[in-house]
Design a protein around this ligand. Structure first.
Ligand SMILES: [Zn+2]
Length: 249
């Protein structure tokens, strides 16, 4: 009887160990850690934090780990719970993880998060310079190449990064309206099948993307310009030459 019990306990622990190492479970733990760290360290009167948000996009849905709405800007955060050595740079499409002498490829997390940035930007109707693309590695992974400044290696780095940005972007009433917009657009578990809701959000995204008065890349205002070679008029970003976004007139 005792042996039988021990076998059951052994099998049980193997299952628990296996499940706890599944990437999705590891990922969820990493996200929860970042979430509770941000909540206990950022002033809740001035900052709003949204976690695990599923938003409709023009061609499907996308899942965002965290959004921090702060007076310093909107921070869209992708968490990576990984171990080993990480190799990559901002311009590569695939990054490499070396773990236990094995190499694994994964999508450049900055690019992965860029899709999230575009959706949030369109939903909130804000400019590219007011939104930050941030990736936080929350496991024991270490960088083995020089990394861009928006790749961070623990929650403390994330906090310092958010605080390092100038508090010029938004008033509290802006942040509250952003919170409302994101909550209204997000798919709740019970609403996941609501086609009408997804349709409405998509319509709004399409309208924002077609808004001729705003730059398609950074959402700054557009101004009328003339092509010096052909004499044709077109709309160009007011932030040119920093941004080269154009639209047809
Ligand atoms: Zn622009």
């Amino acid at each position: 009887m005792l042996e039988f019990l021990m076998v059951i306990i052994f099998i049980g622990s193997v299952i628990v160990l296996y499940v706890s190492r599944l990437p999705s479970i590891k990922g969820a733990r990493g996200e929860a850690r970042v979430n509770s760290f941000l909540r206990s360290n950022l002033n809740s009167q001035q900052n709003y934090i949204l976690s695990d948000l599923t938003l409709p996009t023009t061609g499907g849905t996308t899942q965002i780990d965290h959004i921090v709405l702060s007076p310093n800007g909107v921070f869209v955060i992708e968490t990576k719970n990984m171990s080993g050595w990480i190799f990559g740079d901002a311009n590569q499409s695939r990054w490499t993880q070396v773990f236990r002498r094995q190499k694994f490829q994964f999508q450049n997390p900055i690019r992965q998060n860029y899709k999230h940035i575009k959706v949030v930007q369109d939903l909130l109707g804000i400019e590219m310079r007011q939104i930050y693309n941030v990736v936080v590695f929350v496991g024991s992974a270490e960088p083995r190449t020089i990394m861009p400044e928006n790749i961070l290696w623990d929650s403390g780095d994330l906090l310092r990064y958010i605080r390092s940005k100038q508090p010029i972007c938004f008033f509290n009433r802006d942040l509250q309206s952003f919170m409302e917009k994101l909550k209204n657009a997000a798919l709740e578990k019970s609403r996941k099948t609501s086609r009408a809701h997804v349709g409405n959000v998509r319509k709004m995204l399409a309208e924002r993307q077609n808004d001729k008065t705003k730059c398609p890349r950074c959402r700054a205002n557009m101004v009328e310009r003339t092509n010096h070679k052909t004499g044709e008029k077109f709309l160009g970003c007011s932030r040119y030459p920093k941004c080269k976004g154009t639209r047809e007139l």
